[in-house]
Design a protein around this ligand. Structure first.
Ligand code: SF4
Length: 361
């Protein structure tokens, strides 16, 4: 739908009253040099825009209206599209009044480092460096501690990356220190590859346990802690038992979050159909692993076919390998979280979805 031409102050309010309709859409307040000051969305553009002129004196809305020189808007066929458009415009213009979106949510990932003796590290910036990533999680101070506990129970090192590593099955042991470089090697929570006290295969066993835990394939590690907790309780070491119980609980929570997130993503692969008021406003969103990979707009009124959805084009999209969230740019990740939130808050919308393959038939 064509957008109304920008409205110049002092006619801002008048033009909104005269032209804006109560339809879903995305609006932009523009500054003196045409810069985008604020982007918003509403399912009722007219009502929303008029509410800015009733903003509390000294409040953010009143300040925006005072600063803005014009306002423009586009109508979109549905609220889902309005949310997507709003996010994309905010990402591209970074308007200064969009405090809500500018204050980016912080996420952290679990990084299983590459190399002969992998470590577990919490990071905010996934990189394509051969590491394996699990997550994301809302960033928290507790994550590094839980990872240390996980490394201890699985038998992975947590010393600096540059610690020299010598496996027992390496042939050249000349000059290799035989004493572990930290207390963990003495207490048995690390197989101590710094002192050639384990073979590479023995170390890999710990890595496999961690991978099985983080993919939800096994709950061996928290079970191990629960068993130790019972032993401690039997020995009347109640403080130790309580510490082990808390550790097991933290670990179970971590596993549930990472596994549930990926299960949820896997379920978000379908064609989401939102019927519009007319054929032009029909939308089909091709969503794969929570990402909107393509939008088909409209349908042929004579034959009822989805416009632009040729079988070749669809097959090409569906053949693309699934994206892991950590390979996405931060803008793409924000959009992924938007889609996840949309369906989580509105489970009834899943009834408008169809299997991806249905578009091909
Ligand atoms: S025992 Fe050695 S390999 Fe294990 S954490 Fe300590 S320094 Fe690192």
């Amino acid at each position: 739908m064509p957008a109304p031409s920008p409205t110049v102050r002092p006619d801002l309010r008048h033009t909104v009253t005269a032209r804006a309709e109560n339809l879903p859409g995305v609006y932009r307040f523009l500054g003196p040099r045409g810069e985008v000051l604020y982007v918003g969305k509403s399912i009722r553009i007219r009502t929303r825009l008029l509410s800015y002129f009733r903003g509390e004196k000294g409040g953010r809305e009143a300040e925006l209206v005072r600063t803005a020189r014009s306002v423009e808007w586009d109508y979109v066929p549905n609220e889902f599209e309005a949310l997507l458009r709003e996010l994309r415009l905010i990402q591209s213009f970074r308007p200064r009044f969009n405090v809500r979106h500018r204050r980016r949510r912080r996420f952290a990932w679990i990084r299983l480092t590459p190399g002969p003796a992998p470590r577990l590290v919490a990071t905010r910036t996934p990189r394509g460096d051969g590491s394996r990533y699990f997550g994301p999680f809302p960033a928290s101070r507790a994550l590094p501690r839980t990872l240390r506990e996980l490394a201890h129970v699985a038998g992975l090192r947590d010393c600096p990356d540059k610690t020299p590593i010598h496996f027992a099955d390496q042939l050249d042991l000349l000059g290799t220190p035989r004493t572990p470089l930290c207390i963990r090697g003495e207490t048995g929570t690390c197989p101590a590859p710094c002192a050639a006290l384990c073979t590479q295969e023995e170390y890999r066993e710990g890595v496999r346990r961690v991978e099985a835990f983080l993919t939800g394939a096994s709950d061996e590690l928290p079970r191990l802690l629960r068993a130790r907790m019972k032993e401690a309780a039997r020995a009347r070491e109640f403080e130790r038992a309580a510490r082990l119980r808390d550790r097991a609980q933290r670990m179970e929570d971590l596993q549930e979050r990472v596994v549930e997130f990926h299960r949820h993503l896997h379920r978000l692969s379908f064609v989401y159909h939102i019927q519009g008021a007319g054929p032009d406003e029909d939308r089909r969103y091709l969503i794969v692993g929570g990402r909107v990979r393509h939008t088909f707009s409209g349908r042929d009124p004579t034959h009822g076919e989805v416009l632009g959805a040729s079988p070749q084009r669809l097959r090409r999209i569906l053949r693309e390998p699934p994206e892991h969230p950590w390979t996405l740019s931060s803008a793409q990740r924000e959009e992924l979280f938007l889609v996840i939130r949309w369906f989580r808050q509105r489970p009834g919308e899943l009834e408008r979805t169809r299997p991806l393959e249905e578009l091909l038939t």
